[in-house]
Design a protein around this ligand. Structure first.
Ligand code: THU
Length: 160
């Protein structure tokens, strides 16, 4: 029997002012984009902004529904847009932010399990890691090198 451990490193910044200019602009875009979300049920407005290899920037927001499970997260909305408008062009970086109308928006949120799976397949299909910038409207910011770090021991098309 062997016991193994998986861990990963990520960067933590105290303020958007400490980010590289391109990263700060992308996070700013995600923060603004969150305000366009359709989230009347949770009041949790999420915005995602991504810069592609061709330097185009695209955005996504969560889209909720009276039939709750029908709702879609901002990350998957963004990837659907990316795949439709710029098929096969990898994403360099995705910034994710939010505005919680019922509370604080002062810490990073991380993609949900379903989005991690979806993001992972996007990395694999275009063969390039997606870097993630996670931050609220203020507070600390986390940068992760690749979505795959968030989904260790994952299931993917490589398994069959
Ligand atoms: N949500 C996202 O859009 N992205 C995340 O990373 C976390 C959660 C949405 C789903 C739902 O509309 C609301 O936030 C509350 O869960």
């Amino acid at each position: 029997m062997a016991v193994e451990r998986i861990g990963f490193e990520f960067e933590v910044y105290n303020s958007i002012n400490d980010l590289l200019k391109e990263d700060a602009e992308l996070l700013q875009k995600a923060k603004q984009t969150a305000l366009n979300a359709y989230a009347p049920y949770s009041n949790f407005f999420v915005g995602a902004a991504a810069i592609l290899n061709n330097n185009e920037i695209i955005t996504g927001t969560n889209q909720e529904n009276a039939s709750y499970p029908v709702g879609t997260c901002a990350e998957r909305v963004l990837l659907g847009v990316a795949a439709t408008i710029f098929p096969n062009i990898p994403l360099k970086t995705m910034a994710i932010s939010y505005s919680n109308k019922n509370g604080n928006s002062n810490h990073p949120i991380s993609p949900c399990g379903m989005c991690r799976q979806y993001l992972l397949e996007y990395e694999q299909r275009v063969n390039q890691p997606i870097r993630l910038i996670l931050g609220g409207q203020d507070g600390k910011i986390i940068i992760i090198k690749s979505v795959s770090e968030l989904l260790p021991l994952n299931f993917s098309a490589n398994d069959f």
